[in-house]
Design a binder for this molecule. Structure first.
Ligand SMILES: *Cc1c(COP(=O)(O)O)cnc(C)c1O
Length: 360
């Protein structure tokens, strides 16, 4: 067996211990004679898996009792519609546009009401987070929406926007469980798990209970109504059992490795290795303004498309995979999620230094 260092933005690297454990459980999960993929979602076994997963994420994130945790299908993109359908009572919502995912959410919300772009960083290819200390928040806004970590552009809010008392809704997909968050600062936060937590096809929503009601937009499909899912503890229909199980193993892995404080320290240390190199390199440079940098997704360029392509090809040959930037922005991007070991980032930087020497 030989594993590469996988810098994919998502689906992405998972902890090896978790993959090993899933492998050991594969044919016979804890003596029940079948795999998790084969068991009923109504079985005692699975009930234990989903309840334990919920208890563990509650512990990890310190989720207050008045917040529900939902394990839903359709990925993060499905929530782009679910958010307005469940929350747009006044049919007004304010969106801060910091990249493609925020923009997609904004465009989706426009299908349901008056979604307003109250700030944007599109003028500089989303290379920064706008000043959100005094935005023109709409008087009658049902919520203010952000994408907290911008997977494609490599920016992150280091301070949440001043919503002037309005509910904050946030897509945390690519920074989910990468560091502690104060759940009470949000009305709703959610994340597609395939970036930092598990396999694709599952999104975890954490929603303040008073927002889970029957008062949704007319025509909201049963499955997209949060109350349907909350009333049935995410088991209204067959959930993504396998993804929930793997996420549960990742939650245990996080708890066993010091929780989110420890993860944050490790992630900052890893990111510093790469950013320090970028800041001193004569060939490579980061594309993001320093005070908006993400510690999860790190885009960089040489400034020469041919050299970028050469770098991507040669790094792949050296066992450093998926460093090509998003198809809409080009260049390179290293996603260095929780499960990327520091040694992987060090090997990347070593390779970059060597490439720089050879191509000076
Ligand atoms: C990947 C990503 C999405 C889309 O996730 P899907 O599960 O594919 O729908 C949404 N938001 C952010 C921030 C992402 O990184």
């Amino acid at each position: 067996m030989s594993r590469v260092y996988n810098f994919s933005a998502g689906p992405a690297v998972l902890p090896e211990e978790v993959l090993e454990e899933a492998k050991a459980d594969m044919l016979d999960y804890k003596g029940c004679g079948m795999s998790v993929m084969e068991m009923s979602h109504r079985s005692k076994m699975f009930d234990d898996i989903i309840k334990t997963a919920e208890a563990d994420i509650r512990k990890l994130m310190g989720i207050p009792d008045n917040y529900k945790v939902l394990f839903l299908q359709g990925g993060a993109s499905q929530q782009f519609a679910a958010v307005p359908m469940n929350l747009m009572k006044n049919k007004v919502a304010d969106y801060i546009i910091t990249g493609q995912w925020a923009k997609k959410a904004y465009q989706e919300a426009k299908l349901f009401g008056d979604a307003r772009a109250i700030a944007s960083s599109e003028d500089k290819t989303y290379s920064y987070i706008p000043d959100c200390s005094d935005l023109p928040i709409s008087e009658d806004a049902d919520y203010v929406y952000i994408c907290e970590n911008n997977t494609i552009y490599g920016t992150k809010y280091h301070k949440l926007p001043n919503t002037k008392g309005k509910d904050l809704v946030a897509d945390l997909s690519s920074c989910f469980l990468s560091e502690p968050v104060n759940v009470s600062d949000y009305a709703v936060l959610y994340g597609g798990v395939q970036k930092n937590v598990g396999p694709a096809g599952l999104v975890i929503d954490i929603i303040r209970e008073d927002l889970i009601t029957d008062d949704v937009l007319p025509g909201t499909p049963t499955m997209l109504k949060w109350k349907t899912q909350a009333d049935k503890d995410s088991l209204y229909n067959t959930p993504n059992c396998w993804a929930i199980y793997i996420c549960g193993l990742v939650f245990k892995w996080l708890l066993n490795n010091g929780g989110l404080e420890a993860m944050k320290a490790k992630n900052e240390e890893k990111a510093a290795v790469l950013y320090d190199f970028l800041d001193s390199s004569k060939l490579f440079k980061g594309t993001v303004e320093k005070d908006s940098r993400s510690i999860m997704n790190v885009p960089f360029i040489t400034g020469n498309d041919e050299l970028d392509a050469k770098f991507v090809a040669e790094s792949k040959a050296a066992g450093l995979e998926n460093l090509k930037g998003h198809r809409t922005v080009g260049g390179m991007r290293a996603s260095i999620y929780n499960a990327m070991p520091k040694a992987g980032v060090e090997k990347l930087v070593e390779f970059m230094a060597d490439f720089e020497k050879k191509n000076a």
